[in-house]
Ligand binder design. Structure first.
Ligand code: UDP
Ligand code: MG
Length: 333
């Protein structure tokens, strides 16, 4: 059952749906890999089976993200025997987001599917993705219906992250959606056209829009090997996500500054009135306090103003397009 899982996207375009057919279309699988030697055999077995069942032309783009084990050597060996397998070896570990970007840049398919190499994203689901793509959806994303394979802390922190992210950014990324999804070529082009360097992919995938739909699935534990994401890395990732899609952390200072200024002016006024009415108790207290409070208020306000400008600078520097057109009709060209 497809689901929208809280996010709202435009409806699929029937005219687009009419042109979609897996026959004659090419599928690009993009698999970022960091120290995945142990799981490679299982990955290619299941991936090969899925592609055979789908009956589409396919390529499997494996991005070796600076593995220290023999992942790259194994990939190169496989690529020698299987023309569908393409290998991109990064010069060091650049992180999953960079590896996915490299893979998407190399992909030539009409449909592109980023997928984890550890089989936590079941390849069999791609069949359903393709079906919905044929019905006109531009993005079909997997939604983790059951996260019991994750620890309680991971589930809790993930939920917290989505809540905070959706609140402070003007985006709505679907709850519990990961990177596992199918994207139409035009979505891939739109994502590739985003010039920013800090690539929080889940955010970019949602930012470009188009018609999107979720498919729930149960996320199994890793097939073999170990996760590359510790809590510290996840925290950095969460901060990356929030800071690339929100200037709220910069701009809260305007509100805080205003509140602080109001309080400070109030306190200063009370102190002055008190001295005038009851006379001074400790000499110098009122004047010192008023100076401190006003100085503080002015500083907080100044931070806020700086935050507003830096926030806008940041938006401009990212150089994102103002909008993305998905369809035009009735024009001469
Ligand atoms: N990965 C990567 N570069 C990294 C970390 C991870 O390419 O620096 C890949 C990894 O090989 C796997 C996917 O990203 O295919 C997801 O990583 P992992 O399974 O370790 O994360 P988890 O599922 O625990 O969140
Ligand atoms: Mg994993």
């Amino acid at each position: 059952m497809p689901t929208s899982s809280g996010a709202s996207f435009v409806a699929p375009d029937p005219a687009v749906a009419a042109t979609r057919n897996r026959r004659g279309a090419k599928l690009s699988i993009v698999a970022p890999m960091h120290n995945e030697s142990e799981v490679l055999d299982a990955f290619f077995t299941r991936m090969g089976q899925t592609i055979a069942d789908l009956g589409v032309e396919a390529e499997i783009i494996c991005v070796d993200d600076g593995s220290r084990d023999d992942t790259l050597a194994k990939l190169l060996e496989r690529a020698r025997h299987d023309p569908r397998i393409k290998v991109v070896g990064l010069a060091r570990n650049f992180g999953k987001e960079a590896a996915m970007t490299a893979g998407m840049d190399a992909a030539t398919g009409d449909m592109v599917v980023p997928i984890d190499a550890d089989l936590q994203d079941p390849p069999e689901l791609i069949e359903e993705f393709v079906r919905l793509w044929e019905r006109g959806f531009d993005v079909v994303y997997g939604v983790r219906a059951d996260r019991s394979s994750d620890t309680f802390i991971k589930r809790f922190t993930a939920t917290l992250f989505y809540r905070v992210f959706n609140r402070v950014s003007d985006l709505n990324i679907p709850m519990s959606a990961g990177d596992f999804r199918l994207m139409d070529r035009r979505v891939v082009e739109a994502v590739k056209a985003l010039p920013e360097r800090n690539r929080f992919m889940k955010g970019l995938f949602a930012w470009v829009g188009f018609s999107q739909v979720g498919v729930p699935y149960v996320r199994p534990p890793r097939a073999a090997g170990t996760t590359s994401f510790g809590y510290l890395k996840l925290l950095r990732f969460a901060l990356d996500g929030i800071t690339s899609f929100s200037t709220v952390p910069l701009r809260v200072w305007t509100v805080l500054g205003l509140c602080a200024a109001l309080l400070a002016f109030g306190a200063a006024a009370t102190l002055i009135v008190r001295v005038l009415v009851v006379g001074r108790d400790v000499p110098g207290y009122a004047s010192l306090m008023v100076a401190v409070l006003l100085g503080f208020a002015v500083q907080m306000l100044a931070f806020g103003v700086l935050g507003e400008y830096v926030g806008r600078l940041y938006q401009e520097v990212k150089g994102r397009p103002i909008y993305i057109v998905s369809r035009r009709a009735g024009f001469e060209d």
